[in-house]
Design a protein around this ligand. Structure first.
Ligand code: AHG
Ligand code: MN
Ligand code: MN
Length: 345
């Protein structure tokens, strides 16, 4: 048989499995699928490409007049997180796949304009995560999750559609704008990573079926908050960097953009944490836009995510911008943290 037969090498061994093809292959195997999900993912990936192109020009912002109130063309210009937010909304709103959106940058649910059809999905996102890193040319990201709508019919979605627990997520993912740009997503069956080839403008499958190691050797936390933590959080961190029992102390890695810190944990193992403290009892991270989507990815890769006591995916949200403490990563590292908190300081 010719090596050029359609029954050739497996798809995974060939370069050129685009995100679209990957999603389409799975869609064709799913009974009753309508193509809505594939369409939505395409729109998210288009937004990611536009955002990544703008992010890569961020250092030229002053030169090109992309910051400040007005640019050289006399047009008002937005900050990058506002730009990312608008780009996502613009790329998705007309597609007919979603009935409402939610964004970390927007107080209320984002309605679909009246002229567009309302779909069966709900998209929620943190359009630009780690925005403090833009000015120092360090990694930033976008985080998203997709739920099925709860309200019946095909009218506009509501707050009720947005306030759904992470366990009901249909798909979640993130984009990392780093030394290369990647989109990582899961529908609950495997976590897959795609690297953007800037020459052809496509996300190509580069990391198939990512699994988090069961245990890592790094912890990732803003230790500058130490004096404000509860005693049991302090003693857990003291313990993780100790050489108790003859083990090697964990190394610390923290870049201050959750997507980037989580991406390292996903590939290498270990634990990322943002606990509550005296000032912010629920920590800093938002349940719907940051914690839940990455918890979904972590579990799909064999890891775990907890607020210190319970599974992140089981928390029932009561407000769009609610925050939660977060401990996420290798299953053994997360369980050990929970066990430590159960015992107390
Ligand atoms: P955002 O840029 O979307 O507001 O998120 C920033 C978050 C998260 O990415 C990161 O892990 C955390 O803030 C860092 O907070 P500290 O500066 O308090 O460590
Ligand atoms: Mn964020
Ligand atoms: Mn953000």
């Amino acid at each position: 048989m010719s090596q050029y037969s359609s029954v050739g090498p497996s798809e995974a061994s060939l370069p050129g499995t685009t995100l679209e093809r990957h999603a389409l292959d799975r869609f064709r195997r799913t009974q009753g699928a309508t193509g809505d999900f594939t369409g939505l993912l395409q729109q998210i990936s288009l937004a990611a490409k536009i955002i990544s192109s703008r992010v890569s020009k961020a250092g030229l912002a002053d030169i090109l007049g992309l910051t400040g109130e007005v640019n050289v063309q006399g047009e008002a210009v937005q900050k990058l997180d506002d730009f990312a937010n608008r780009t996502l909304v613009h790329c998705v709103e007309a597609g007919g796949h979603v009935c409402v959106m939610g964004s970390e940058e927007v107080e209320e649910p984002i309605p679909i304009p009246p002229q567009y059809p309302k779909g069966k999905y709900v998209l929620q996102f943190d359009p630009l995560d780690g925005s403090g890193n833009i000015d120092i040319n360090a990694s930033i990201g976008t985080i998203f999750s997709i739920h099925r709508r709860k309200t019946p019919g095909d009218g506009p979605g509501t707050l009720e559609d947005c306030l759904q627990p992470g366990r009901d997520i249909v798909a979640a993912g993130y984009v990392i704008y780093g030394s290369s740009n990647m989109l990582v997503y899961s529908t609950g069956h495997g976590v897959h990573g795609f690297t953007l080839d800037p020459a052809i403008g496509e996300f190509l499958l580069s990391h198939e079926n990512i699994r988090i190691p069961e245990r890592g050797d790094t912890y990732s936390i803003n230790e500058g908050n130490y004096s404000r933590w509860a005693p049991e959080v302090r003693s857990w961190v003291d313990w993780i960097k100790s050489d108790e029992g003859g083990r090697r102390p964990y190394s610390m890695r923290y870049i201050g953009a959750m997507v980037a810190d989580f991406h390292r944990v996903l590939l290498r193992g270990g634990i990322f944490a943002y606990p509550g403290d005296r000032r912010n009892t629920h920590g800093k991270l938002r349940l719907l836009y940051e914690a839940s989507p990455l918890a979904f990815i972590a579990e799909a890769a064999g890891g775990a995510a907890s607020d210190g006591k319970r599974r992140i995916l089981d928390i029932e949200p009561t407000a769009l911008h609610q925050r939660t403490p977060l401990f996420i990563g290798s299953v053994e590292d997360v369980r050990e943290a929970e066990e430590h908190f159960r015992r107390g300081a």
